[in-house]
Design a protein around this ligand. Structure first.
Ligand code: G3P
Ligand code: MG
Length: 250
């Protein structure tokens, strides 16, 4: 494992995003209840520039809203029901702001990986605003949030806004220019889709001094294999099943 890996090795994906409505405070709390010490969440901007949790570009799948997320201001967004789509037990669960998640996360002593997921056309703006707000919300925290994004432009803007916050570039298959990109971003880690990753690639990335974070790993056997390759951390939909002990790291 990379010696400078500061965070837990298992993160709850979108909170415990299958066991509770993804990217909500309820999901965060469920992940904590199940013992996860790290949380991954997706953050984008409302129309009026508030940092809010949502995976998709549109509202339909995980709220009772409609249309593009980038068309709604926070005052309206905050009224949506982000829980009923998941199950009746979560009816009325409100959408989460980054501010609320930061407070809950810090109160629980959780580490966080904030995936910055800009709406199309707002790549640089979203990187700048989210990183700036993270720098303020975690200013005196013992552990900084790990910022990540599939968007190179977003991470560059995040770097300009808050150079002190660690960054990870998200990819599916490892691209040929991965090393140049990580250098340009002064990134800490490459976040890879585990199904397109080999042991040889992990060794090469780590030999260059970068950490490897895998998404989204849902069986203990696969987690054990990835950790045996030297993978530093991963996220999972099932933090109840992927405990450190069952993943061979406990
Ligand atoms: O951050 C890793 C993972 O969350 C990326 O995929 O689509 O679940 O945000 P997605
Ligand atoms: Mg994500």
């Amino acid at each position: 494992m990379t010696t400078n890996w500061l965070w837990p090795r298992i993160f709850a994906h979108r909170g415990a995003g299958r066991l509770a409505p993804e990217n909500t405070l309820a999901a965060l709390r469920e992940g904590a209840r199940l013992g996860a010490r790290g949380l991954e969440c997706d953050v984008k901007l409302t129309r009026d520039g508030v940092c809010a949790l949502l995976h998709d570009d549109s509202l339909e799948r995980t709220t009772d809203g409609h249309g593009p997320a980038a068309m709604l201001d926070w005052t309206d967004w905050a009224q949506l029901d982000a829980g009923s789509w998941h199950s009746p037990a979560y009816a009325g669960e409100p959408p989460a702001s980054l501010r609320a998640i930061a407070h809950a996360c810090r109160a629980l002593g959780h580490a966080i990986n904030i995936e910055i997921k800009p709406c199309p056309g707002r790549e640089a703006e979203t990187g700048r605003v989210v990183a700036g707000q993270c720098a303020a919300l975690w200013a005196d925290a013992p552990l900084p949030p790990l910022l990540s994004s599939f968007s190179f432009e977003t991470l560059l803007a995040a770097r300009q806004a808050a150079v002190q916050l660690p960054r990870g570039w998200l990819v599916e298959a490892v691209p040929p220019d991965w090393h140049d990109k990580l250098q340009a971003l002064d990134a800490r880690a490459l976040h890879c889709w585990h199904e397109a990753l080999s042991a040889a690639q992990v060794a090469e990335i780590k030999a260059a001094g970068y950490a490897v974070f895998c998404y989204t790993v849902n069986t203990p056997a696969r987690a054990q294999e990835l950790f045996s390759w030297g993978v530093d951390a991963l996220c999972t939909d099932y933090p109840d099943q992927l405990t450190p002990a069952r993943c061979g790291i406990g």
